[in-house]
Write a protein that binds this ligand. Structure first.
Ligand SMILES: Nc1ncnc2c1ncn2[C@@H]1O[C@H](COP(=O)(O)OP(=O)(O)OP(=O)(O)O)[C@@H](O)[C@H]1O
Ligand SMILES: [Mg+2]
Length: 248
């Protein structure tokens, strides 16, 4: 199983949208996918039409539930949902030895999975550290806007530091989100990111689209909500690239 964390400490850049739709996109390519919501906001959970409560990743991390009790099947993906209790883990587990590996240990035993997709919160707290410890690689969603490049530099430093707990961690790629070709700033920032990270940037850009903004409100991926939309096309393209790089 390859574990991929969708990570950017900046908020609202499209992490959850990309994680949800790549998770479902990979199932369309025949991969068996597990998705874990590491964000106390529970946006990935809600995006799959599931209420963030009950048997969740939190109980799994505490060893109070088994994997079989936690995973729910939605759109062909097995989901470990989040709940608000996750917001307390930084203090709750502060003194616990091995606290960085709780998620890795909890998900290590998932049977029959090719890919494990982790949606991270917009900070560098214990849940993100757990994602960095559990992942084989990370995908970085970025919005083509002012200061995006500075944020990317900081994120690359974070990944470098995380190699002290996970030596094999790599960056699978950078994906531009909410892309609007008509905006000059978008084109310029995209060009700057491409010239700094030519081997990392994915060819596929996720365009700004109404259907992508609407789908989570219906608890559906873009593939279920609007299968012929530009968003579905973009995410099929991105999923193919992730598949080619992540499972080669
Ligand atoms: N390509 C897109 N087109 C239109 N809206 C989008 C697109 N991608 C994301 N959005 C919308 O932008 C908002 C932020 O996206 P998302 O929740 O995926 O970001 P995030 O990085 O996970 O945020 P957070 O840091 O809070 O976890 C959401 O309302 C989402 O529906
Ligand atoms: Mg999110």
């Amino acid at each position: 199983m390859r574990t991929i964390a969708f990570l950017n400490q900046k908020g609202g850049v499209g992490k959850t949208t990309v994680a949800v739709n790549v998770a479902v996109g990979l199932t369309r390519l025949g991969r068996r996918v597990v998705a874990a919501d590491l964000d106390p906001q529970g946006h990935m959970t809600r995006s799959f039409g599931v209420e963030p409560e009950g048997a969740t990743l939190y109980e799994l991390m505490k060893g109070q539930r088994t994997l079989a009790e936690t995973l729910l099947e939605v759109e062909g993906v097995r989901l470990a949902p989040a709940s608000m209790e996750l917001s307390g883990v930084d203090t709750e587990f502060a003194a616990q030895p091995g606290k960085e590996r709780l998620v890795a240990n909890a998900l290590a035993a998932v049977p029959d999975a090719d890919a494990c997709i982790l949606d991270c919160p917009p900070n560098l707290g214990l849940l993100t550290v757990n994602a960095l410890a559990a992942a084989d690689s990370i995908v970085i969603p970025v919005q083509a806007e002012y200061l995006a490049l500075a944020g990317l530099g900081a994120l690359m430093d974070t990944v470098e530091a995380a190699r002290s707990i996970n030596a094999g961690l790599s960056v699978l790629g950078i994906v531009l989100t909410r892309y609007n070709h008509r905006k000059r700033l978008c084109r310029e920032v995209a060009g700057a990111i491409r010239s700094h990270f030519p081997e990392l940037i994915f060819e596929t850009r996720i365009r700004e689209s109404v259907a992508l903004a609407e789908a989570p409100g219906f608890g559906q991926s873009i593939f279920a909500y609007s299968p012929r939309s530009a968003g579905a096309l973009d995410f099929l393209g991105l999923s193919r690239e992730v598949d080619a790089r992540g499972f080669a």
